[in-house]
Design a protein. Structure first.
Length: 170
């Protein structure tokens, strides 16, 4: 059986140990260290095909990203004005007309936040269109269909690599 004194000493020793650890961290200037939390990365997916927006949102959300989607350019423009995105994954041709108005979207994204990385994912990819998209500021150009794992690999690569100076807008 333990005496009252030894029990009292154990409690104080635990407190002293805790206080001394805090004091040591304070004296070493590490008292404000918090566990390092991973950065929350924001993605915007712009495509007029609902299935693509849905599958990308599901895939990237399960990988820890916060994902917004837009089915029309006007909707995407509103989201871009409200939020900063690390990466925008976008189609070039949207809506009924299927005009390559995604090029203007690339320019808009860069005007709003030059650090945002842009992945073009389109079924209408020619060498000329790819060159124009890259001149406008696209970082990657992928042709549909593309496995989600491949898109994710490109996104991760862009996030981890430093941004190259953007070419002047065409």
């Amino acid at each position: 059986m333990q005496s009252e004194g030894s029990s009292f000493t154990k409690v104080h020793f635990k407190r002293l140990k805790k206080v001394s650890g805090q004091l040591t961290r304070f004296l070493l200037g590490r008292d404000k260290l918090a566990p390092k939390e991973p950065a929350i990365l924001h993605l915007l997916v712009v495509d007029d095909e609902e299935a693509i927006c849905f599958s990308m949102k599901e895939y990237f959300s399960h990988s820890g990203y916060v994902v917004d989607t837009a089915h029309e350019l006007e909707e995407a423009e509103r989201l871009i004005e409200k939020s900063d995105y690390e990466v925008v994954i976008q189609d070039l041709r949207m809506g009924v007309t299927k005009n390559p108005d995604g090029l203007e979207m690339i320019r808009l994204v860069h005007r709003r936040n030059p650090e945002t990385r842009i992945v073009v994912l389109t079924a209408y990819g020619s060498t000329e269109v790819e060159s124009e998209a890259r001149r406008s500021g696209a970082d990657a150009f992928l042709r549909k269909p593309q496995p989600l794992s491949q898109v994710a690999q490109v996104v991760r690569g862009l996030i981890e690599s430093p941004r190259k100076p953007a070419a002047p807008y065409a």
